[in-house]
Design a protein around this ligand. Structure first.
Ligand code: BDP
Length: 697
């Protein structure tokens, strides 16, 4: 009998498979999938033999078939390239050009930059150009990164768990490093180089001092050696109290010369092992982490002391502005600005202040952080979260390109026309340092990011860090072509699914500017009713302030006046409900449930409609994906289909639990024809997920 069942199982599997391409694809190749047959590769010549130039040539050979016109990779300083007098002067250190030229009497495609790193980026740009349907004959690419530091932040712990990681254990196998260098480290660096990422912070911002001990420095150095030819530098998160924990000092006060000397010696030790070490990332006086405020010193005192330790080596410090304190009764959304704005102009010139995209915490939607544009004398590095802590973990399909660009394109209101992107890329104030950080979604899962579509968020981050002015849709299309091939129907459908997917998450988790409605700890699933946590600002009820009459956080002058932290026309528009975009309405205003909305419905009905729209969007993605079954390999298709089914179920759960709760508060019926929640509120409140992935340690 069991044997019979297995046979039936196998038959039904093969019947299902018959409708689908038979090849398997586990997603490991990411968007770098075009592979030429070994005996039919393009002819590529490298003028020079640096490790990076050699990689550029081998990447092109690996990806492009022999029909491709001959390619030459070189740097601008190669004599035959210099003779062409091409416009290299505006390309900086890392830019490239890719064009058809006659070199030594032969027509070739030249891929060149001022440095071999630029050339490597050019090689990947050519691969992208051809993989997305571009022609070789007319190729003419020219680009330089607008942002200098394009850095992943791994929230990876030394025990190999990942805080807010949903793609398995950490890819850093700290235990076997430095001896064993998993080939995966090379593939990681290669993937990053292909989208222009040039730095990586290896360890969690909630850092252990142990990362700074000699054995762990040696492990980081082994990774740095693997990454170097790919143009990537290594950075470490530094625990501010390390001089006490590792150095036996009595204090970590940044004004104490012994503390500064300890850090200087530590930096010297790191640079002996990693000569191109990038520098430190610091989370200080935030969520229980130690910092300079413990000693009455300022964030600038702390940052500058560390900056002095790495300065002579060319290192930098990324000092996070993600601070809020339980001792401060002020609106949490205001605290970072209040603490950091007065410090503008006091940071050393090798410090960047790293600011999350919004004032609270990587929610599905937040208005841009008011610090952007408000600290003109300080380079501000924007921090996005690529891992989807608040957008459905790895299982939900949510393309973050529109979230990233919504923030980057936002007008700051500080100077006419100035956008957040202008501040971030340093253009606004001509800063020599600029940076973009993304909290990585990478783990040891075979497909790196927990799902095929999550890979698009890593990709989008890299592409936008290179050029914050790219459009989310353009990036989605390139990613779709590089990931699934150039079939028009596939690209159009995948792009369409992606483009509305983040808005769908906003809709089914809480639209109209609501935020922070998730369950406690793991942040998985709904918990808008939670009101019993130790710190007021950890409770969803703190954020939505719903009662029988209305809902929303009054951040106008009559409330917390967070609106006052914005400038010019932006502050003006957020000050009144009539001029606030409806997508941010309840972030800034507490309004009656009966308020009339643009749709003609009242606020309550409108909110309900958003929940339904979000759920419907997921069902639509399922149908769209079903239509691609015959065009996508079985393995990636099936996993995505399964995850979409999970997402559909969980979108309904978010909707139903939220509606059950709002109705318990506003005592209003659902509009006519709207489906009632599946369970009562008590049932939703009872759901527990003690082993959800990505917990804090
Ligand atoms: C929050 C995460 C927490 C991080 C914190 C941070 O829940 O795990 O430590 O951000 O950015 O969103 O430091």
């Amino acid at each position: 009998m069991p044997r019979f069942r297995t046979l039936i199982g196998a038959l039904s599997v093969s019947l299902v498979m018959a409708a689908q391409p038979a090849w398997a694809d586990d997603g490991y190749a990411l968007w770098l999938r075009s592979i030429a047959k070994v005996d039919r590769q393009a002819v590529v010549t490298a003028l020079g033999d640096s490790a990076t130039l050699t990689l550029a040539a081998s990447e092109l050979r690996r990806a492009l078939p022999m029909e491709t016109p001959a390619i030459v990779v070189a740097t601008a300083s190669a004599p035959s390239v210099r003779a062409l007098t091409l416009p290299f002067s505006t390309l900086g250190d890392e830019g490239y050009l890719v064009c058809n030229v006659t070199l030594n009497g032969k027509r070739v495609i030249l891929v060149a930059g001022n440095s071999d790193r630029g050339t490597l980026y050019g090689a990947f740009a050519l691969i992208r150009h051809l993989a997305t349907g571009g022609q070789a004959a007319a190729v003419n690419l020219r680009s330089a990164p607008k942002v200098k530091l394009r850095v992943l932040n791994h929230w990876d712990n030394l025990d190999e768990s990942v805080e807010r990681g949903y793609a398995g254990q950490s890819i850093w196998d700290w235990w076997t490093l430095p001896d064993f260098r998993d080939p995966r480290y090379t593939d990681y660096a290669r993937a990053n180089a292909s989208i222009g990422i040039n730095g990586t912070v290896l360890n969690n911002v909630n850092a252990k001092a142990d990362s700074l001990t000699a054995p762990y420095i040696a492990k980081a150095a082994a990774l740095a050696n693997v990454f170097r030819p790919w143009g990537m530098r290594v950075y470490l998160s530094a625990r501010f109290s390390a001089p006490i924990e590792l150095g036996g000092l009595k204090t970590a006060d940044p004004r104490d010369p012994a503390v500064a000397a300890w850090w200087k010696a530590k930096a010297d030790e790191i640079y002996r092992a990693i000569p191109d070490f990038g520098g430190f990332l610091v989370k200080a006086n935030s969520e229980g982490q130690p910092g300079p405020r413990d000693y009455g010193a300022s964030h600038a005192d702390g940052a500058n002391m560390l900056a002095a330790a790495v300065r002579d080596h060319g290192g930098i410090v990324m000092w996070r502005a993600f601070v809020y304190a339980e001792t401060d009764p002020e609106d949490r959304a205001k605290q970072a600005y209040s603490e950091f704005k007065p410090l503008d102009g006091t940071f050393a010139d090798n410090v960047l202040v790293q600011v999350k995209n919004g004032a609270i915490d990587f929610q599905p939607r937040e208005p841009f952080h008011p610090l952007f544009g408000a600290m003109p004398r300080t380079p501000l590095m924007i921090e996005f979260q690529i891992t989807k802590e608040y957008l459905g973990f790895a299982t939900h399909l949510a393309y973050l390109g529109p979230l990233f660009t919504e923030v980057l394109d936002a007008k700051t209101g500080q100077k006419p026309g100035e956008t957040v992107a202008d501040v971030v890329d340093g253009q606004a104030e001509h800063h020599k340092l600029s940076g973009m950080a993304g909290v990585a979604n990478i783990g040891r899962d075979r497909d790196w990011s927990g799902s095929t579509f999550n890979q698009s968020n890593w990709y989008a981050f890299g592409r936008l860090a290179w050029d914050p002015d790219l459009s989310a849709e353009e990036i989605a299309r390139s990613w779709a072509a590089q990931t699934f091939g150039t079939d028009r129907q596939v690209i159009d459908t995948v792009t369409a699914m992606m483009m509305g997917s983040r808005e769908a998450v906003v809709d089914y988790t809480g639209a109209l500017g609501l935020a922070h409605l998730m369950a406690t700890g793991h942040h998985y699933g709904p918990g808008p009713w939670v009101s019993d946590l130790a710190r007021p600002e950890w409770n969803p009820t703190y954020y939505h302030r719903a009662d029988a009459n209305g809902i929303g956080f009054d951040r106008t002058a009559s409330g917390s006046n967070a609106v006052g932290q914005y400038a010019g026309s932006v502050a003006k528009s957020f000050a009144k409900p009539e001029t606030t975009p409806e997508s941010m309405l309840l972030w800034f205003h507490h309004l009656p449930w009966d308020r009339r909305m643009a749709s003609g419905r009242n606020l309550w009905e409108d909110l309900v409609a958003h929940y339904d729209r979000g759920v419907a969007y997921v069902a639509q993605m399922q149908r769209q994906w079903e239509g691609l079954r015959s065009k996508i390999d079985a393995e990636r298709w099936q996993k995505t289909a399964t995850y979409l089914a999970v997402q559909e179920r969980e979108a309904r759960w978010w909707r139903d639990a939220s509606l059950a709760y709002w109705m318990s508060v506003n005592h209003r019926p659902l509009p006519a024809g709207v489906r009632a929640p599946e369970h009562d509120l008590a049932w939703y409140k009872l759901q527990r997920f003690p082993y959800a992935p990505g917990h804090t340690q």
